[in-house]
Design a protein around this ligand. Structure first.
Ligand code: NOJ
Length: 480
């Protein structure tokens, strides 16, 4: 290692040891072990956390909010593995000031959050709810007062139930409903917020919610999935145009859940299945936005989308995003499987191939995967800039004597960050890294069991404890 770096690492670790006494170096040596620092990412690189309204806010039925599809779904018997729901979650609705103090204390400067559509438009469209609108003004103001940049995701999966009752994303009118909502949000907050994302992970919420029914609204089958895909894709571009129109100097993106796909073995059928899975996971929503149309060649079943495509639509699917949000946790290893009835025509089976390290979600820890997927996305000529808008891991963290010693999470972040830096050094234009997430929270159909936070939450008392991984970030970002 060059002398300058050794000196800097020595400096960082000694100072951090003095000013962050809670951080115990004895058990893990995390900083000394690293051969890179936050400075290697550059001064302008953004560091922060990502969150989502339904997963943290709670306050599900007060101050004029109407139910979203997640309120309905989580109350259905058997929908959530643990039988829990997001009625209270982290009670961020009431604790946002203190939670933003915690974020600030970690030396992070970006807070990515989403707006609960049914909090500000209880009928989905039409009459607005001023109390809901005021809440997000307060959150934004609290960020700005602390020198934290608010980054807003317009839609993180919580469609107003009242719109689902009219078909939700299956109904083409969803494009109009979403446009009205996006117009309201951007006109309302656009004077204070410059960084925007249209959707969170469209491939996840369409497939999980409308194809296999694991997530809200719990629907199954291609007849639900394909129209939902097309209407979400149209709304993705429309959302971008609305932000551009309403927000001066906006930085506009949208986020994708994506994973590098490996083939189970060298069989031709597995290779073909892997390429089909790559379409569903990684290509389906970005390629239409880039003007490439739907990747029908690689997944012929997508021809069925033609039924929903109207004249002029292919042009309307395009939008020139300023950045793409890449959200990566693991990789996928894929094998062909002809016996998956609701996936008829897809015949794909992601498999676990005896991975050595697995998180609480059952996901393989595979740091190289983030490097590979960053390269894959950067290879599209239309992608100008990438932010890692989510990365993180769940482990069964326990609070012992007021401490959470999540050494495995520190190790995870160090190894993934190293791969992000590798991609950056090879020329991928990466502007920032947002950890998933600040607080342990409601992990959708998994309930509260998987803990992803840098801050531990006791859901009975709402007590917060910064985990060792949170302190690690604090030290890592100290000199920016
Ligand atoms: C993706 C989603 O955006 C977020 O809501 C979820 O909690 C994390 N990844 C972890 O699964």
């Amino acid at each position: 290692m060059e002398r300058r770096k050794v000196l800097r690492l020595f400096f960082v670790s000694s100072i951090a040891a003095v000013i962050a006494p809670k951080f115990s170096f004895a058990h893990l040596n995390p900083i000394e072990k690293l051969d890179f620092s936050s400075l290697d990412f550059g001064k302008d690189f953004k560091w922060g956390v990502a969150t989502a309204a339904y997963q943290i806010e709670g306050a599900h039925n007060i101050d004029g909010k109407s139910p979203s599809i997640w309120d309905t779904f989580s109350h259905k018997k058997g929908a959530i593995k643990t039988g829990e729901n997001g009625d209270i979650a982290c009670d961020f609705y009431h604790s946002y000031e203190k939670d933003l103090d915690l974020l600030k204390s970690l030396n992070m400067t970006v807070f990515r959050f989403s707006i609960a559509w049914s909090r500000i438009l209880p009928n989905g469209i039409g009459t607005t709810n001023q109390t809901g609108i005021d809440f997000y003004h307060r959150v934004i103001d609290a960020c700005l007062a602390r020198g934290i940049e608010p980054w807003i995701t317009l839609y993180h999966w919580d469609l107003p139930q009242i719109l689902q009752d009219k078909g939700g994303w299956i109904n083409r009118d969803a494009v109009l409903w979403f446009s009205e909502y996006a117009n309201l949000v951007t006109k309302t907050y656009g004077g204070k917020v410059k960084n925007w994302m249209v959707f969170n992970e469209p491939s996840a919420f369409t497939a999980l919610g409308y194809l296999i029914g694991y997530h809200a609204p719990g629907l199954k089958g291609l007849k639900q999935y394909l129209p939902a895909v097309h209407h979400v894709c149209l709304s993705q571009a429309e959302g971008g145009r609305i932000i551009r129109k309403n927000v001066a100097n906006a930085n506009i993106g949208t986020t994708f859940s994506c994973s590098h796909v490996d083939v189970f073995n060298s069989k031709k059928r597995d290779g073909e299945a892997a390429s089909r899975w790559d379409v569903i996971l990684n290509r389906l929503f970005i390629e239409p936005a880039l003007g490439m149309g739907y990747p029908t060649e690689s997944l012929p079943i997508l021809r069925k989308l033609n039924k929903y495509i109207q004249p002029g639509d292919l042009e309307r699917l395009k939008f020139d995003f300023d950045f793409i949000g890449v959200q990566n946790y693991t990789r996928e290893v894929v094998k062909a499987n002809a016996f998956i009835p609701f996936m008829k025509g897809l015949e794909i089976k992601p498999v676990k191939r005896g991975a050595k390290e697995i998180t609480e979600m059952g996901w393989e820890v595979y740091p190289e995967g983030i490097y590979k997927i960053l390269k894959q996305f950067a290879a599209y000529p239309g992608v100008k800039k990438i932010f890692v808008t989510e990365n993180g891991c769940a482990f069964p963290d326990e609070a012992v004597d007021g401490k959470v010693n999540d050494i495995n999470r520190i190790d995870f972040y160090q190894r993934y960050l190293k791969e992000v830096l590798r991609a950056k050094k090879e020329g991928v234009n990466i502007g920032g890294f947002f950890s998933w997430t600040l607080l342990d929270n409601f992990e959708w159909n998994e309930g509260f069991k998987p803990r992803f936070g840098l801050v531990h939450v006791d859901f009975k008392t709402q007590k917060r404890i910064i985990k060792e991984s949170g302190y690690w970030f604090k030290d890592f970002l100290l000199f920016l």
